[in-house]
Design a protein around this ligand. Sequence first.
Ligand code: GDD
Ligand code: MN
Length: 379
Amino acid sequence: MSNGSLEDVRVETAQTFRPPQLAVIVPSYNERDNVELLYEKVAVALGDTPWEMIVVDDDSPDGTADVVNELSRVYANIRCLRRFGRRGLASACVEGMAVTAAPYVAVIDADLQHDESILPLMLAEALSGADLVVGSRFAEGGSAGDGLSATRLSGSNFANKLAGMIAGQAVSDPMSGFFLIRREAALAAAPKLASDGFKILIDLIVTSARMGKPLEIAEVPYTFRPRHAGESKMNPLVVIQYLGLWFSKMTGGALPPSFLLFGLVGGTGVVVHLLTLGFFTSVLAQGFVVSQIAATLIAMAWNFVLNNNLTYADRKLKGPKLITGFLSFCAICALGGIANISVANAIYQWDHQTFIAGLSGAIMSSVFNYAVTRAFTWK
Ligand code: GDD
Ligand code: MN
């Protein structure tokens, strides 16, 4: 560049820069030994289509982000968005989509299970009018190959059936983590997506339809491959989070998944409370008040730990924050208890229906505890 005038910058940029047509978003957690190979394969597949890769890494302990940053010093079209203190596949994809100017975005796993060679075909489908193109293992010509164990395959079939009940459109692989979408369509739905969990595709489909902008969907078959290096992050938590998402969609989105999980945890807390109460009164032969206090504390600790690991897995408290978090949780639940009793009493005074009064108090305190712990304990 000769003298640094803005005009020179513009001219020079116009000569060399081809703005990306497609952004390939790669959510990653502990994928150090996969990202370079993935980049190379995608680069070969996309040939001279202008594209970029955005790896969204949740500060993986294995140093995935360092590997990506090294690659960024070799190739101009790859960068890493590194997030701290956060976890979550779905939110990683959304944030990756939010930092690109490419009109089309694709999501692909880092572990090479998805066949990158169909990307040009997926882009072609989108260019000829589809809003969303799903890489499908179950469409004609596709296969789950050796990528899924027998247990995973039956779990996947069941999850697909549930998804079919909320999708409202035919999709052969609604659990796919491999898809390409018009960026505008994805970002329009983004503010309304459930940020926790694994299942962003079904959420995009259902949310767009509910917003009155149903997606025009195309599918491209492929064969799912076994993971290259590292380990899967799929676990029972992912399954429970998916059920939370499903129930939430079944209520027409009226109840957020985290409220349903919070309620579920609360239900198990009641069981723990009653069991502890029984144990203290009968086995330890303690008086009622002592036993009730012990049962309350244990049930609160139980609820706190479960909510921290399940309901709020994406913003899990760790270290010293566990203690302050637990204290604020107890304080808020105590307030919730007072709200419960006053509401129940007011209603009871009014019509003397014990059950209705009790239930209203319980609902009142659940909503209160949910809303306030969400704002303070897990902010
Ligand atoms: N940033 C971020 N944060 N990335 C994550 C996280 C997270 O908390 N958890 C997982 N990932 C990344 C992984 O690093 C990988 O690149 C991708 O998301 C998929 O994770 P895997 O652990 O490989 O999932 P899987 O193979 O068990 O499940 C895949 O296949 C399923 C269908 O069988 C995913 O694509 C699922 O979405 C899909 O339903
Ligand atoms: Mn995988």
